[in-house]
Design a protein around this ligand. Structure first.
Ligand code: TXA
Ligand code: MG
Length: 326
C-alpha cells in the first residue's frame, strides 16, 4: 500500500493548525507529532480503523500494544482502573513527562489498543505541541491519542519531523499530517512502568530513571531484563529493535571508514567517521538516534560504539544500544 509522498509537514503549529490537526484525527486520519522523547504517529485511540492504519503504516505486528496519550492526569480514570497509590504518586510527580504507566484498563481501552491484554499504557507527554494537540482533541470530543514511535517496525525512532518523513512518507497519505515541533529534547522513548502488581517494575528504561523513582517512592524498583515470565507481555521491549541498517558493535576497534559514537572525551581514531560526539550522557541520549540515522545516510556498514556509564539516562542509552546491536 505504498502511496504518493504528498503528506504535509507543518512547521508553524499555530492555534488554527492545532485545531485542524485535532479535527483531522477525529475524522480518522493520522497525525505525527513531536514529544519530548521521540515523535509519535498519532491516531484516535477509540477509532479502530485509524488505529489499524497505524499498524499498517508502521508495519507492526498487531499484538504489540499502543500507548494512549492524554492531556492530564485528570483524564487517567477514563482509561485505567484499580490504580495503585504508587502509580498516582508517579503520575503526579512525573507527568507531563517521559513516563508511561501500564495499568488495568477500563472498557474504553479496546483490544485493538492493548493487543488483547487487560492493561493499557498511558502517558502525558511534556511538549507544548503535543499537549495543545491533546487538549484540543479532547475539547473536540476525543478521549486519547494512540501513538507509537513514528518509525517503521524495528527501526530507529525519529527525533525530528524530517526523520518522520524519511521513515514514513511512502506509507502516509495526503490527508495525514506531520507536525514539526523541533528536535525532541530527551531523544529516547519514555520509561515504561508496570503498575499492575503490588510493586512497580521498570519494563523499559527512559528519561525518568530508577533513582528518581526510588527517591520518590522510597523503594528499590525492579528493572525487568529479558523474558521475565512474572511480568506482563510487552512485545516490543524484548527483541532486536532500534536498528539502523549498519551493524552496531559495542566492543572492538573501528577501522578507517567505519562509524563511531562515543562521548566527546574519546577521540576519533584516524580515518573513522564520527557520527555524534556528545559532551554529556543527556546529550548522548538526545543525539543517539540521529547518529544511527547518519550512519545509514552515509551508507556505512559498521558502527562502533563506546557506551556511556552511570545509572541515570545512561541506562536507557545502553538499553537501546544493546537492542540496536542484536
Ligand atoms: O516515548 C514514548 O513512549 C513514545 C512517544 C511517542 O510517546 N512512544 C513509544 O511507543 O515509544 P512505542 O509503541 O514505539 O513503544 C511502546 C512500547 C511497545 O514496546 C509496547 O509493546 C509497549 O510499549 N506497551 C504499550 N502498551 C503496553 C501494554 N498495555 N502492556 C505492555 N506493554 C505495552
Ligand atoms: Mg517504538
Amino acid at each position: 500500500m505504498r502511496q504518493l509522498a504528498t503528506m504535509t509537514i507543518i512547521s508553524n503549529c499555530t492555534e488554527s493548525v492545532i485545531k485542524d490537526a485535532a479535527a483531522s484525527l477525529i475524522a480518522g486520519n493520522l497525525v505525527a507529532f513531536p514529544t519530548e522523547t521521540v515523535y509519535g504517529l498519532g491516531a484516535d485511540a477509540c477509532n479502530e480503523e485509524a488505529v489499524a492504519r497505524v499498524y499498517e503504516v508502521k508495519g507492526r505486528p498487531i499484538n504489540h500494544p499502543l500507548i494512549v496519550h492524554i492531556s492530564s492526569i485528570s483524564n487517567l480514570d477514563k482509561w485505567a482502573k484499580d490504580i495503585p497509590e504508587y502509580a498516582v504518586k508517579l503520575a503526579r510527580a512525573f507527568w507531563p513527562g517521559p513516563l508511561t504507566l501500564i495499568l488495568p484498563r477500563t472498557d474504553l481501552a479496546k483490544d485493538f489498543i492493548t493487543g488483547g491484554q487487560n492493561n493499557v499504557g498511558i502517558r502525558v507527554p511534556a511538549h507544548t505541541v503535543a499537549l495543545s494537540l491533546l487538549k484540543e482533541f479532547e475539547d473536540q470530543g476525543g478521549y486519547g491519542i494512540a501513538a507509537p514511535s513514528a518509525n517503521r517496525f524495528g527501526k530507529v525512532s525519529p527525533t525530528c519531523a524530517n526523520d518522520v518523513k524519511a521513515e514514513l512518507s511512502g506509507y502516509l497519505n495526503s490527508n495525514d499530517l506531520i507536525l514539526d515541533g523541533g528536535q525532541s529534547s530527551i531523544g529516547v522513548e519514555s520509561t515504561i512502568i508496570n503498575c499492575t502488581k503490588t510493586t512497580p517494575a521498570i519494563l523499559r528504561p527512559g528519561g525518568i530513571t530508577a533513582t528518581m523513582i526510588n527517591d520518590l517512592l522510597g523503594i528499590d524498583i525492579e528493572v525487568v531484563t529479558k523474558n521475565d515470565s512474572d511480568q506482563i507481555r510487552a512485545p516490543g521491549l524484548l527483541e532486536s529493535h532500534y536498528s539502523p541498517k549498519a551493524k552496531v558493535y559495542l566492543s572492538g576497534t573501528p577501522s578507517a571508514g567505519d562509524g563511531f559514537i562515543a562521548l566527546s572525551k574519546f577521540p576519533t581514531p584516524p580515518g573513522v567517521i564520527r557520527l555524534t560526539s556528545p559532551a554529556t550522557n543527556e546529550e548522548y541520549a538526545r543525539t543517539l538516534y540521529q547518529g544511527l540515522r547518519l550512519a545509514d545516510s552515509k551508507k556505512l556498514s559498521k558502527v562502533f560504539v563506546i557506551e556511556p556509564t552511570g545509572n541515570g539516562i545512561a541506562v536507557a542509552v545502553c538499553d537501546r544500544l544493546q537492542k540496536a546491536a542484536e
